[in-house]
Design a protein around this ligand. Sequence first.
Ligand code: OAD
Length: 263
Amino acid sequence: MRIIDDGDTLPAMDALTIPTDLVSAVKTARHIAVLTGAGVSAESGVPTFRDAQTGLWARYSPEELATPQAFRRNPRLVWEWYEWRRRLVAQAQPNPAHLALVQLEQIVPRLTLITQNVDGLHRRAGSRNVVELHGSITRTICFDDRQVVESWADTGDVPPRCPRCGGLLRPDVVWFGESLPPDALQTAFAAAEQCDLFFSVGTSTVVQPAASLPFTALQAGVPVVEINPQETPLTPYARWTLTGPAGKVLPALLRHVTSEGKI
Ligand code: OAD
């Protein structure tokens, strides 16, 4: 792991070097906000979007699969693609990064976990205060009225039909060109402004409006930590950059935070 940091570092633990001033910042924080992206679930076997080889958008076209126009054009194709992803996610298990964030929530007074991920793995791991900015692949809504649909008759229709109005069913995720859920967005931006430490973990920081959250924190004077094996547009501005996989870096950070007395 490579750390771009000028400050002191703690002795190596698990071959990872964690800056001492970051450990202190975590220990004294009253409110931590964490933004996560697909990289957090990569070690659970869920593909990211923009990896040049394995990313979903390297193999599939978002215009054909992740827009309302695509669904109107070919609802069967879109439904079946999301069914494939739903099965993939159902088989995946939370990884050490998800579990470290559960632990972090238990030891800081307040943690707002803002995720762009639709896989539900943060909740399955046990995180409680989760803000799902892009919805959840585990929920289904009616395309026409956007109400959540819990169950439907198996008539062989693909996609199935809404039991209330007969509209087509779709996953409860935000597609390109759609608005994010307003409450989630408001909670996320308020947390970015009001927290005293902001983590950006496993996101390429290119999809708006989520990509603005760390910059909102920076403008409010909040120090930002980035955890990612790759550089992103945020990297030059982060106070701490922990270069490595979240499933290694977050547990190492948590071990340092918890091994030196209570917060
Ligand atoms: P991306 O695929 O754009 O970026 C994933 C990031 O995770 C990259 O910066 C990788 O370097 C990093 N990464 C990979 N493995 C990692 C690991 N083990 N630990 C930590 N980081 C790792 O995914 P997002 O930034 O989440 O939107 O993409 C944002 C949105 O674009 C998604 O929510 C999705 C997509 O279109 C919708 O579907 C609405």
